[in-house]
Design a protein around this ligand. Sequence first.
Ligand SMILES: C[S@@+](CC[C@H](N)C(=O)[O-])C[C@H]1O[C@@H](n2cnc3c(N)ncnc32)[C@H](O)[C@@H]1O
Length: 267
Amino acid sequence: MSRQLYSRSHLDTTPPKYNGPLHPLDKAVFQKSIPVLAARVPASQIALILHSEVTRKYLIDWYFWACLIKVAQLSQESLELLESKGNGFTEYNLVLDYDYWTASELLQAILPEELREGAPVGFAATGHIAHVNLNDDYLSYKKTIGQLFLDKNKTIRTVVNKLDNIDTQFRFFQMEVIAGEPDFIVEHHESDCRFTFDFSRVYWNSRLHTEHDRIVQSVHPGEVLVDVFAGVGPFAIPAGKKGCAVMANDLNPASYMYLCQNIKDNE
Ligand SMILES: C[S@@+](CC[C@H](N)C(=O)[O-])C[C@H]1O[C@@H](n2cnc3c(N)ncnc32)[C@H](O)[C@@H]1O
């Protein structure tokens, strides 16, 4: 049994420019085949080759197989090591496809040039929901962006785009589903606590995680915490779990309902 090593440094591994339909994407268009020169390495030597200081810099990834390109570009030292431990060199057709590239790399291949810079590169995650805040330039690509984030993130089942209007009193925002299931009931873990809530009806901001932690760290067991705008409990529940006496309330009936559920779930 033999395996192969390859290097990315001299390969054009960018995805091909995409001109297919935006939704659903024609994933087959992303297939790219790159002929490379490969080194055959017996299975018994593969660990040595993969970990060797001499050859490691020529490797791209921990694949079942791998291959080296252009022997001439290898250092003399690495060439000697491969020749002494390997079974010679061979041609290999490296096939890259939709599964290989990240969402950002694929999006760069899909967008017209003028939209590439400034394209969305990530999202905020709340439970299984990824949320983005697309500006107008990207709205015609929203389903494509949603599909990419969904396909490339195993824990995400729903992708939403935040709309501008935020409820003035209860502070939750309007959202539209751009990919996946229209399921807004999330289970989110933070500060060693489990929070369940309807993301479309209550206020929640995952980016406040460090602020939640900061406040909770500043209170001590036996102290009293009064949280009058408690939402679904990101301050109140960890503080209660820590041994504080907590009084918490929220005017939004949905927040209050989930606050009560979260208290029970974290007892
Ligand atoms: C910005 S959110 C903060 C929620 C929570 N502290 C958090 O960090 O997730 C403000 C919260 O105050 C609640 N709220 C607004 N007016 C209120 C009032 N008069 N009394 C109690 N809660 C109120 C809203 O429903 C909302 O959940």
